[in-house]
Design a protein around this ligand. Structure first.
Ligand SMILES: Cc1ncc(COP(=O)(O)O)c(C=O)c1O
Length: 390
């Protein structure tokens, strides 16, 4: 009997193997040149990503977190300023706001997209609000049409946290081309991932670009003359060289992820396991799951494929026993984190974020998954529900 395939949550080795000659040559080129800090590889990558996002300027930085920090520094975020964002995101979104002494003002998510509920933002705006920072979580954009209208009406700056969404689109318009500034991450697990940390700020505005460019290098311009206090937020030439090789493949990888998502949808519904948003709302997901939804007008790039399940801990344990990877993004909403207790929130303040944190589970979705591996994931989940039928 043939053993069923093991399915890791993510395996980056096939992608490396496919591009190995080009990647190794690019790395060797940088090593030969001994030009490791900024330089032509970084400039080329910045131009490539800016064009990809449909904006004029890209400034390579050391990580997605540093992209957020430096974007907020560039617009002069000060202690006491308020930045509206979501409690259901990676720590770095809210951590960056707090590190600048500003106050994160949290607004609950929509259950189906996991993204900030734009209809709830207006009530959170105060005279201290400077920024709205939507997060395009898991590879799908927040409702940017309504959000931009609101921001304009209240004269607020929009910083898109597109760490998980490079190449996502809404009504044909790319992520990071709506707001004043967009922040990207090239952490290895992202759709466009380096061989270490990396990030970028993109912006259509010359003045913001100039400021970010200065700030990522200690506010220095020209050499050893400092107009403002920045930091070392530079992108390595080695990372840029790798990412320059990968960028032309990004759209193909998005399409492979989307195909994998379609295969899951077909297989889970053929297995009778798909439940609706109503079932979620009614606490009635037993013996089934709620699958991710591509919201109208969106091009979802599926950085993660995240389901809701009422039996998450048992399902996770079962999948692990059967060599199928999965992960929780994220086990706590950010107002539930110890270090943000001083924001003064209570359990129940953001019910949709709290429910997502309690019930979400990411399944393998990376481009090199085979249809057999996807069938295996569905088979194992179906077997779990059979063996746990009431
Ligand atoms: C939504 C979001 N924001 C910010 C970040 C921070 O990016 P990095 O890990 O490159 O610092 C991440 C990365 O995990 C993220 O997913």
């Amino acid at each position: 009997m043939v053993n069923p395939p093991k399915v890791p949550l993510l395996d980056l080795k096939p992608q490396y193997q496919a591009l190995k000659p080009e990647l190794d040559a690019a790395l060797a080129r940088v090593v030969e040149s001994q030009y490791f800090i900024l330089g032509p590889e970084v400039a080329c990558f910045e131009a490539g990503v800016a064009a990809y996002c449909g904006v004029h300027h890209g400034i390579g930085v050391s990580s997605g977190t540093d992209a957020l920090i430096v974007a907020m520094m560039a617009i002069g975020i000060q202690p006491g300023d308020e930045v509206i964002t979501t409690p259901y995101t990676f720590f770095g979104t809210v951590g960056s706001i707090v590190r600048l002494g500003a106050k994160p003002v949290l607004v609950d998510i929509e259950p189906q997209s996991f993204n900030i509920d734009v209809s709830k933002i207006e009530a959170a705006i105060t005279p201290k609000t400077r920024v709205i920072a939507p997060v395009h979580l898991f590879g799908q954009m927040a409702d940017m049409g309504s959000l931009m209208k609101l921001a304009k009406a209240h004269n607020l700056i929009v910083i898109e946290d597109a760490a998980q969404a490079v190449g996502a689109q809404q009504n044909g318009q790319p992520a990071c081309s709506f707001g004043e500034l967009g922040c990207l991450s090239f952490f290895p697990t992202k759709n466009l991932g380096g061989f270490g940390d990396g990030g970028m700020v993109v912006t259509p505005h010359e003045a913001h670009a100039h400021s970010v460019r200065q700030l990522r290098n200690h506010g220095m311009e020209p050499k050893y003359i400092h107009a403002q206090v920045g930091g070392n937020f530079r992108l390595d030439a080695l990372q840029a060289a790798i990412l320059n090789i990968k960028l032309p493949h990004l759209n193909t990888w998005h399409e492979q992820r989307r195909k994998n998502a379609d295969l899951y949808l077909e297989a889970f519904s053929a297995a009778g396991l798909t439940r609706s948003l109503e079932d979620l709302e009614n606490g009635n997901l037993r013996a089934g799951i709620l699958l991710p939804t591509e919201m109208p007008g969106n091009y979802h790039i599926y950085n993660q494929f995240v389901i809701y399940t009422e039996q998450r801990e048992d399902l996770m344990a079962y999948m692990q026993t059967h060599d199928v990877g999965c992960e929780i993004y994220y086990p706590l909403a950010l107002h539930q984190q110890e270090c943000f207790k001083n924001l003064g929130h209570q359990a129940g303040d953001f019910p949709h974020a709290e429910r997502a944190a309690a019930m979400s589970l990411a399944l393998p979705i990376y481009p090199d998954l085979t249809p057999e591996m996807i069938a295996r994931v569905v088979e194992v989940i179906a077997a779990f529900f059979q063996s746990h039928a009431a």
